[in-house]
Design a protein around this ligand. Sequence first.
Ligand SMILES: [Zn+2]
Length: 334
Amino acid sequence: MTCVEQADHRPESLETIADLTFDPVARAAAAMNYLCRTTDAEFVAAAERIYRWVEARSGSFGWVTERIEDDGQPRDICEICCLMDMVDLQMLLAERGQVDLYEVAGRYAANQLAAAQLTPDRISALAPTSSPDTTSDRETNVAAIDRLTGGFINSGHPGDFARRKHQGSQVLFPFIGLGGCCGPAGVKALYRIWQHAVRATPDGVEINLLVDHLSPWVDVKVRVNARGRVHLVVRDPRRFLVRPAHWAEGTPIRVSANGAPLRAEIEGNVLAIPERQPGDTVTIDFAVPRRTTEERLGGRAYQVEWLGDWVVGLDVPDARLPVFADRRGHIERS
Ligand SMILES: [Zn+2]
């Protein structure tokens, strides 16, 4: 049986599958990529059933359970590989009309994926606190920072990158996972986000994901703190179709072009900016609501604080390496 056929048959028996996201979701993504070259609607339907099943058992900020345990409970571990497969499916399904998934993919990328990427500061925080004894040790530490920057912490509990191994009720030791699988998977997920963020269509240039992006048609800069701002620098005379987040519905959105107010209409589920000329700037200002959601992940409930689509708080009392620890302060300082 080919992987495409397996993906088509799996949705009926997903609950019995141990290797949840390394297996059927990867196959569904493979089937969907295959589908790009065919017209078989059954494959799309099968892939979407698998996607929705996993989505319902994952955190809305991109924490994707890596498997379902034998007792039927989602394991409390997310790997970036699993997140990447979900982003892959989101983009493929969005292209086929499930446009709500652009926003979901943006949440995955802005939160779990972005937080997992290693920066020099984060690597230094992970390094031992004792001073290196020798020049060789110091050189090793510097080399480690150079080599790891841009990579991804491959796995984590909800709100905590420090993995725990249990023996009964005893925690044996915390550790950080750096897997050869998740490093390239994280880069692929970022690429998928970039690839689909801005797209030229006969109706205009779609801006589907609120991330910074340069293209032949427009430069996009996104800033979010107490308020949100999308800044466009026009490179090609087009109209622009900006997909606002669901939480922006009913909130005031101000649009200006070269500093003067500009009338922009909501068309369906996009904000339509009339055609502008190269060099023009367009600014979209919007309110960013705060909200709190409760999410049940890996058998435990978590309170997640949001600023728009950005997680600013997910406090886990016993976290050794909190995932979003630096965000609330950053938002309040900005
Ligand atoms: Zn992995």
